[in-house]
Structures are given as structure tokens and as C-alpha cells.
Design a protein. Structure first.
Length: 134
């Protein structure tokens, strides 16, 4: 079985999405991959590093919608901040399932879908209490 290195996996995703080599390299650094991690097999990355690796490919892809389930769970503070920053700057639509009120506040959603009923509404701070209770 071939070993896929973290840097190559990220770079391949970015290059496949049409990024230049320079942009791919910059993006790898912006997702906190540096030094020896760049040569580390992707399968040996921690859970948070794998999340950052996957998100690096997603936000740089040609996808115009991301469907994410609890993307900030189990992340260290630096990784969590990076994931939220990447989502804030993402040009497409983000459908996010989360119980993290800090993530919701950081992202400043426009709309909310309340489950299980599927009712859709404009976001207001009143809904933050529901996120905290969930």
C-alpha cells in the first residue's frame, strides 16, 4: 500500500481544485501544517490534524456547498480557530450541524433550520440559547 503524505494530500486536493503550486503551498501553511508534519503519512495524523487536512481540501475545492457535522469537535484551540476562519472566508454556502455556541457566534449565520421539524428562519441571537441547550 502506498503511503500518502499529508503535504501531498493537501497539495493534490488544492491543485485538483485549480490552485497554483504557490497557492497550494500557502494554503498548507494556513492550515497549520509545517515542518515534519509535511512529510508525515496522512494516516498517522491526529484527529484534529485529519480534520484540518480534510477541510483544507474542501474549502479549496470547486464545491459551492459544504455540509459539515460538528467540524469543531475535538480540536485544540489553534485548530478550532483555523477551521472557523476557513469557514468564514469560504465563498460558498455552509450547512453546519453544531452544538458549539462559540462556533455559531464566530460564523454569524444568516439562516437557521430547526430540526426535527425542518422549519427555516432568519438567524437571530434568540436561537443561540437553543444551540446551548442541544
Amino acid at each position: 500500500m502506498h503511503r500518502i503524505l499529508a503535504a501531498l494530500a493537501v497539495a493534490a486536493a488544492l491543485l485538483a481544485a485549480g490552485c497554483s503550486v504557490a497557492a497550494a503551498t500557502d494554503n498548507v501553511g494556513s492550515f497549520l501544517f509545517t515542518g515534519e508534519q509535511l512529510d508525515q503519512p496522512a494516516g498517522t495524523l491526529s484527529g484534529g490534524e485529519k480534520t484540518r487536512l480534510a477541510l483544507a481540501g474542501l474549502v479549496s475545492s470547486a464545491a459551492n456547498v459544504l455540509l459539515l457535522d460538528e467540524p469543531t469537535n475535538n480540536l485544540d484551540p489553534a485548530s478550532r480557530a483555523q477551521v472557523l476562519d476557513a469557514l468564514r472566508s469560504y465563498a460558498g454556502a455552509v450547512v453546519l450541524v453544531t452544538h458549539d455556541p462559540g462556533a455559531v457566534e464566530a460564523l454569524g449565520p444568516e439562516r437557521v433550520i430547526l430540526l426535527p421539524d425542518g422549519a427555516e428562519d432568519h438567524w437571530s441571537a434568540d436561537y443561540l440559547e437553543l444551540v446551548q441547550l442541544a
